[in-house]
Each structure stands twice: as C-alpha cells, then as structure tokens.
Design a binder for this molecule. Sequence first.
Ligand code: MN
Length: 241
Amino acid sequence: MDLIPASAVPRIPVLGRAGVVQGEFPVHRIYCVGRNFAEHAREMGAAAPASKAERGSPTFFMKPADAIVVDGNVPYPPATSQLHHEVELVVALGRNAPIGGVAVSDAQALVFGYGVGLDLTRRDLQSAAKAKSLPWDTAKGFDHSAPLGPLLPRTEAGDLDSAALWLEVNGQRRQQSTLDRMIWRVPEILHELSKLYALRAGDLVFMGTPAGVGPLLVGDRFHAHVDGLHALEGCVAPALG
Ligand code: MN
C-alpha cells in the first residue's frame, strides 16, 4: 500500500512521419552527453580531441525524468540569471541493453526512436561549479530543464547520419551543425553508457550540443530542428510563483 500518492511517469507523444499519434513513450531515465561537438567544447573553454584516438571517454550527466516538458512551455527557472539553450538530438530506447553492456555493432537495435530537445542549462551555476571542480547537478538537472518534441519511431526515421541540427530563437538562427560532427556517434554513446549503467527501455539520451549556446529570456520563442524529425517549438514563460 502506497502511503503517499505515487508520481505519474512522464510521457512523450510518439507521432508517425505523417503526424498521426501512435501512442506515448514512458520515460525511465534521462542521460546527457557533454562536449560532443568540438566547437562547443572550445566555446566552453575545454579542449577538444584532435582525433578519434585522442577522445578518451565521453562526459555524461543526468537529468530527472520529470524534467521533461512536452508542451513547449518552459517557466523561467529559479536561482539563475543565465538560462542557456543547448539544442540536441535525443535518442529514445525501446529495449533493455543486455547484462554486461551492448556492443557498438548491436546498439542501434536498442533505439525506439528520435526527437529534438533542449538541454537547458543554468550557465551561471555551471560556471561556478566548474571553477570549484564541483558537480553540475544544479546547473543541469532542474525542473523543466528538458523540453522535448514528439518522438518519431526509428523505423520511420531516414538516415540521420549527416542530418542538419539547428535552433532558432525569435526567428534568428542561434545554433547550427550536422550530426556527423558529433565526436561520439549514437551507437558508440550507447555502448559507453551501457558500461556504466543498466540501460533500459524508456531511457532517453541527449546527445550533446553544437556551438552557439546562449541566453533564453522570458517571452523568447524557440524552434529546434533536426532534418527528418518532428520539431520542438515553444517559449519561455515567466517564473512560477
Ligand atoms: Mn548539452
């Protein structure tokens, strides 16, 4: 018997290519990849690997599952004056990884579908944490920090290998790249994550952002795009309370 009300599982709508609703995707965990585009690593003051052999291990962090926003309406978060956008490809897993992890060559079979999301960041808190070599949790894992568009099933998504990724704020292009510029590709990231965590159906992976991150203000409208996927559109609302 539950002694308090159980929280609802966050859910994301799943739409076919033609926009017909197929159902919902219940979210288990949200993993995020840091520094997955060289130009963004540099703009954040970090070194970018010169070659694949020098890339070391990917940087991971997490957000709570209920940080998901599906209606595009993001209230300005508390405790920051520097809310930043990071447009990212989001991978949704439809199968559990095997015990012991998934091989790179088998990882694509875990993917249920794809979406476009924003890894919203309290950049001032992240800068302060970095300066003290402290964790990024309060900068990354806050309420409403993961707006996400509808998912498109993998079976209906075309080849995303060199798809364009971009973000417009109030009609102006802020970020733009292509997915082939990611330092770590989707199967490689799933392989690496599966060595650290038991990946499960319902997990989401935010794949990292290209250069051009910048501020979002109350009233700003955002439009995030990956070629072939459903767009994310929304706006920043006044702070709650
Ligand atoms: Mn990010």
